[in-house]
Write a protein that binds this ligand. Structure first.
Ligand code: HEC
Length: 99
């Protein structure tokens, strides 16, 4: 394979790894993209806790949406990885787990 082919293959692989199925549930999206930093039970880890009693639980949806789309501090942006329906389902899932 020529070097350009390799670069292309690597780029495609990266895209494949960072994307989730279009119809993925909020739970699946969280498990795939968020749990490694925020914990499977939203208990926190590299990132702060997101569960009941956390500051994220007090924050409005717009704050969560902006964080997911733009990133925050050391958290990467997920703008390219998620469409608006996926972001909505993800936020709904967080809200369900926060109560
Ligand atoms: C690479 C690790 C990493 C990943 C992956 C990640 N985050 Fe974060 N997240 C962080 C860090 C670190 C912060 C704290 C940023 C700061 O305030 O400096 C944060 C902050 C947040 C906050 C704000 C919390 C608060 O109390 O202000 C929310 C909400 C959030 N993340 C949601 C998510 C969601 C939803 C996903 C999945 C789409 C996700 N994060 C993926 C590391 C990550």
């Amino acid at each position: 394979m020529k070097p350009t082919g390799l670069v292309l293959a690597a780029a495609l692989l990266l895209v494949a790894c960072s994307s989730v199925p279009k119809d993925a549930s909020g739970e699946q999206i969280y498990a795939t993209l968020c749990a490694r930093c925020h914990g499977a039970d939203l208990q926190g880890g590299v990132g702060p806790p997101l569960g009941p009693g956390s500051s994220a639980a007090q924050a409005p949806d717009s704050y969560l949406e902006e964080t997911i789309l733009r990133g925050r501090g050391r958290m990467p942006s997920f703008q390219g990885a998620l469409d608006s329906g996926q972001v909505e389902r993800l936020i709904r899932y967080l809200r369900e787990r926060q109560t």
